[in-house]
Ligand binder design. Sequence first.
Ligand code: GLY
Length: 448
Amino acid sequence: MKSNELRQIFFEFFRSKGHIIVPSAPMVVKNDPTLMFTNAGMNQFKDIFLGNHNATVNRVANSQKCLRVSGKHNDLEEVGHDTYHHTMFEMLGNWSFGDYFKKEAIEWAWELLTERLKIPEDRLYATIFEGNTEENVPKDDEALMYWRECFDNPGDRIIEGSKKDNFWEMGDTGPCGPCSEIHIDIREDSERSRLPGRELINKGHPQVIELWNLVFIQYNRKNDGVLEPLPSKHVDTGMGFERLCMVLQGKKSNYDTDIFQDIITEISRITGKPYGKTEKWDTALRVISDHLRAVSFSIADGQIPSNNKAGYVIRRILRRAVRYGYTGLEMEEPFIFRLVPALARTMGSQYPELVAREDYISKIIFEEEQSFLKTLGKGLRMMEKMISDLRKENRNVLPGRAAFEMYDTFGFPVDLTQLILRENDMHLDITGFESEMQLQKSRSREDA
Ligand code: GLY
């Protein structure tokens, strides 16, 4: 089943349950000081949950473009090194604004996965919140009761989880509540019989993964950390679209689905480096295909790379892609901009803004690539030398002054310096770096 078809099945299913299908909100958030990017489907409904706005309809569903690269939910450094983390991803969601609650949310999720999409029940697990006395939130016996009605063998399949995994919060403040996750085990049968999937839930196994999170929004986390009960109860669900495609397309990696393969094929065509040959190439191909999406969608939403806030986050993502292209695929000339048409072909039917702004997105990416490549090669060679010197001296901390010189003289970003150091089990003397920065600021004030 193609990804575009699967998205439509999700919409159709929730339409049949009385939901209105609404468009994705922009991925770049402009009017919320607590958030730079949409990190979950529920962001656009925050004020409805908090009771600040009345909903015009009380059941909606959609596919939301999300970016998890800053703040509470940040997956950036994982991306490329495994098969299922992304910066930008789509979240399929259904919402109830003070309407249905746990019973329907659980029953419909189960019906969609096992009846409509025919995912075998013996691959699925559900988690529920075990409760937390400090927060004064009880164990979620209600969710437990409904899950028991779904599974033939509930004793084996329902797992209690702590606040870390089963109490969902959008950020440090805002709407939140206990959640119940659906996990899937897509390992081979032989592996499944050796070790039950329940032992691997939330343990970072690439083939035993969370698929869908059903959040029961009941509280507002206030600035002082206190949980305040909300006037109404709501449902907020989020299902990872790329993961669902992986399951239904019988793949073991999100990057093997049609969502990514069309882009990866295009990168391979341009670079002459096919997917599935070496880990170095594969990591670079995954990083670039992922980051192309994040950057293109941001630019389509009006956020171009810059030196400030959201713009800087986008710049860092694009530079990370350029670096992997340079070191992993030996691409010393701009090429990421040439991938935008493949992305627009894959996702343009759901997100027409990509098609409408295709030329503009390519142009911005080209300019960024071109200017960053000028500093990158030189900076990387200097980093290599510094790392090898540190190693010879059996040291693992790069002095702040060295990183500052790289930044000040060659425009080499300090976060890239830190990233490369981390990859080599080293780190930066950040205090030293910051005092060099302060010194330079006072020097320029004196000069002025
Ligand atoms: N709001 C549900 C989730 O992001 O998992």
